[in-house]
Design a protein around this ligand. Structure first.
Ligand code: KIV
Length: 259
């Protein structure tokens, strides 16, 4: 039987848009959870938090530790954890690692990057009661160098549709479309029954995901699809500046903050 949160997410397709964001810690998860349907512990944490130039350096332990923290901040959203690079090279490796992620983090599902090439692995996970989210288009774990938008030519368009159909057929509950041309995202979304979640893949997807640190203005991302909804970097600096001023002026801690 499907997890009720997953059933609700699937039901949302073509009724209302699905809101997804990343989180890497409890405090962020707690603040976004009332407004999200799905929280993803993405391996984007490698570049966002650790300055890695590729998500390939993210380890299983890093994903599990951050996910344990995120879990503490979630009360209602569906929690999905990315399986990092080289943790799902074959069926048995994938199952062993997916089970460890599920057991240690109590997440609802895992996400794997890839389409037709990894169908046997995804099928094996699903047969063993692991809920799986798909991810096609730009696959950061496979890219060496610059990310290129997918679906610009007929060959890529056909492959993306094949990938989406194969993922749907094997039983993933949703698919992330990353960096996909708008018309292709629209076609895929209307040709499958499970929700598509876009990142740089247009408003025609069933839902949207962004990296929360980008949305909050905590990173310097200049990617076209990133919209900044706040400048928390500025707010943090202003608060810390006030703290520094008061410490130096011996105003903090006043009696109120002392025993
Ligand atoms: O790693 C990540 O955060 C992701 C999203 C950007 C979809 O995969």
């Amino acid at each position: 039987m499907l997890n009720p949160k997953i059933e609700n997410l699937i039901k949302k397709k073509s009724k209302s848009k699905i809101v997804c964001l990343t989180a890497y810690s409890k405090n962020i998860a707690k603040n976004i959870d009332p407004y999200t349907d799905l929280i993803l512990v993405g391996d984007s944490l490698g570049s966002v938090l650790y300055e890695f130039n590729t998500t390939r350096l993210v380890t299983l332990d890093m994903m599990i530790n951050h996910s344990k923290s995120v879990k503490q901040g979630i009360t209602k959203s569906l929690m999905v954890v990315d399986m990092p690079y080289q943790t799902y090279r074959n069926k048995s490796e994938a199952l062993k690692n997916a089970k460890k992620i599920a057991k240690d983090t109590k997440c609802d599902a895992v996400k794997l990057e890839g389409g037709t090439k990894i169908i046997p692995i995804i099928k094996y996970l699903i047969q063993n009661n692991i809920n799986v989210m798909g991810h096609i288009g730009i696959l950061p774990q496979s890219v060496k160098g610059k990310f290129k938008v997918k679906g610009k030519n007929l060959r890529e368009q056909n492959q993306l549709m094949k990938d989406a159909k194969a993922l749907e057929q094997v039983g993933v509950f949703s698919i992330v479309l990353e960096g996909v041309k708008s018309a292709v995202a629209k076609k895929i979304t209307s040709n499958i029954k499970i929700p598509t979640i876009g990142i740089g893949a247009s408003n025609d997807c069933d839902g949207q995901v962004l990296v929360t640190d980008d949305l909050l203005g905590l990173t310097n991302s200049n990617i076209k699809f990133v919209k900044r909804y706040a400048d928390l970097g500025k707010s943090i600096q202003s608060a810390v500046k006030s703290f520094r001023k008061e410490v130096i002026a011996k105003k903090f801690p006043s009696k109120k903050y002392s025993y």
